[in-house]
Design a protein around this ligand. Structure first.
Ligand SMILES: *[C@@H]1O[C@H](CO)[C@@H](O)[C@H](O)[C@H]1NC(C)=O
Ligand SMILES: *[C@@H]1O[C@H](CO)[C@@H](O)[C@H](O)[C@H]1NC(C)=O
Ligand SMILES: *[C@@H]1O[C@H](CO)[C@@H](O)[C@H](O)[C@H]1NC(C)=O
Ligand SMILES: *[C@@H]1O[C@H](CO)[C@@H](O)[C@H](O)[C@H]1NC(C)=O
Length: 427
């Protein structure tokens, strides 16, 4: 008991030093003050001790569990628990890259777009969200999820989960972790589940079970296309309970637009007419949105590549085009960056889901073929639209090494690749 107590005090002091504002810690340290050992008073006395709602035994219990939880988090951090946040935007291949972590096999808790619920709830009548409000909510929910706590996410799920059980968790089946035996509750007759597990028959997801399973996993990964601004996530990087690695996935905005014009045909009807020379006004809102997206992606990347102290060794920039051409190499690189061993399960998933060069195959020809796939957009996006994107997103193209084209002939010239070889994250 005595040893445990000493260890706990050590945790408290460490945490108070690391994270001065954490009020949970303040409350915890208070519980210690009546019997504090000499020498810690300067740390502990800063905190207000009154908390009349808790009895002596309750508070001792609260103290103990809190400290155990925090102690565990810190111990786990030392033992190498990693929290990976895959940051992307739509149509950048983020589901595919997310699979690199989803397929880890056994010791990874992976969540696919949990922030979908948050964005949906915070969407205003104008169709967008207030970036400040949404940014804060995304950050807080992500932090809790990395700690295996679903309570804040639950408050954004519609309809509200009952006893932490919901049939409505967005794309549940896209997360291997949420369809494992340990998170699989019995099927409930008559309950419609839009995202039912495919690997086994499970009932609505019980988030208490999900949380318990999450706590047992060594690493945690979340993929999102919703959290955009890296600087809003700084508190995650600085949270002593977490060891976060940010992987930002980007893609040539010309290719993204080409893909969007196919996926959201109706929205881009005017663009298509305009692209072929018709004298119709194109949607300014879409142009503004395009510029906003390019700028925010670029600014996050600039921040990450600058490597301020809080991001040091925590940020990696990945281009979709490199993943598509060298999936195995890039996946291995991401794992190296994350500090997690690359597993055979991931390797074999990549082999069976890509045309990745194998040891025996001709890597050169495969690479050339993949390059063609990656640059397919050049033959579907009209030059006029390409010019528009280049004008609006110029600085982003330059930063990521996407070559601008000067003429229609250059756009169509297959012998010129528009993807420059570029090495980011030299550290
Ligand atoms: C301490 O807590 C009490 C009760 O919660 C409150 O009235 C008081 O203002 C607090 N004092 C400080 C210094 O925060
Ligand atoms: C977003 O919300 C904050 C806080 O409610 C408010 O101060 C701000 O004006 C809002 N911003 C916009 C663009 O509506
Ligand atoms: C959800 O799982 C927890 C933990 O296994 C269990 O105690 C609880 O009864 C479950 N909830 C429901 C509604 O089945
Ligand atoms: C690229 O490879 C795929 C599958 O191996 C093949 O079907 C396709 O024809 C190839 N494309 C070119 C341009 O060689």
């Amino acid at each position: 008991m005595r040893i445990k107590y000493t260890v706990s005090v050590f945790f408290v002091v460490t945490l108070v030093v690391i994270e001065k504002e954490n009020n949970i810690i303040s409350r915890v340290s208070n519980r210690l003050s009546p019997k504090q050992p000499p020498g810690f008073s300067h740390v502990l006395l800063r905190h207000n001790g009154s908390s009349p709602s808790l009895s002596k035994t309750d508070s001792a219990h609260v103290l103990e569990t809190r400290l155990e939880t925090y102690g565990e988090h810190l111990a786990m951090r030392r033992r190498g628990r990693k929290h990976i946040l895959l940051l992307a935007t739509t149509r950048t291949g983020s589901s595919f890259v997310g699979e690199f972590f989803n397929q880890h096999g056994g010791n990874m808790f992976y969540l696919f777009e949990p922030l979908w619920h948050v964005e949906k709830m915070l969407t205003l009548e104008t169709g967008g969200t207030n970036a400040t409000v949404a940014g804060k909510a995304y950050r807080d929910v992500l932090r809790q999820l990395f700690l295996c706590d679903f309570s804040q996410l639950e408050s954004f799920i519609e309809p509200l989960p009952v006893d932490h059980v919901t049939p409505a968790l967005f794309r549940r089946a896209s997360s291997v972790s949420l369809c494992e035996e340990s998170v699989c509750s019995p099927v409930v007759r008559g309950v419609f589940e839009p995202f039912r597990c495919r690997t086994r028959r499970c009932g609505p997801v019980n988030l208490t079970m999900a949380s318990e399973s999450c706590l047992k996993k060594r690493h945690r990964a979340i993929k999102t296309v919703r959290a955009r601004q890296l600087e809003t996530l700084r508190p995650l990087a600085e949270d002593p309970r977490l060891d976060v690695r940010f992987i930002q996935l980007v893609r040539d905005p010309r290719a993204v637009l080409a893909s969007r014009m196919v996926a959201f045909e109706a929205r881009y009807k005017n663009w298509k007419q305009w692209a072929t020379g018709a004298d119709v006004p194109i949607d300014d809102v879409e142009v503004t949105k395009l510029k906003g997206n390019c700028d925010s992606i670029r600014m996050s990347a600039e921040l990450g590549l600058r490597q301020p102290a809080w991001l040091r060794r925590r940020y990696m920039l990945v281009r979709y085009e490199d993943v598509a051409r060298f999936p195995m190499g890039k996946a291995a690189e991401m794992y190296r960056f994350a500090g997690i061993p690359f597993t055979p399960q991931v390797k074999s998933w990549i082999l069976s889901n890509t045309r990745a060069p194998t040891q025996t195959g001709g890597p050169y020809s495969t690479q050339k073929n993949s390059s063609e796939q990656v640059e397919k957009w050049r033959f579907s996006l009209p030059f006029r639209v390409v010019q528009l994107v280049q004008r609006v997103c110029g600085p982003m193209l330059k930063l990521f090494g996407y070559k601008s084209v000067r003429s229609e002939a250059m756009l169509a010239d297959k012998s010129i690749s528009l993807i420059e070889d570029k090495v980011f994250n030299a550290s």
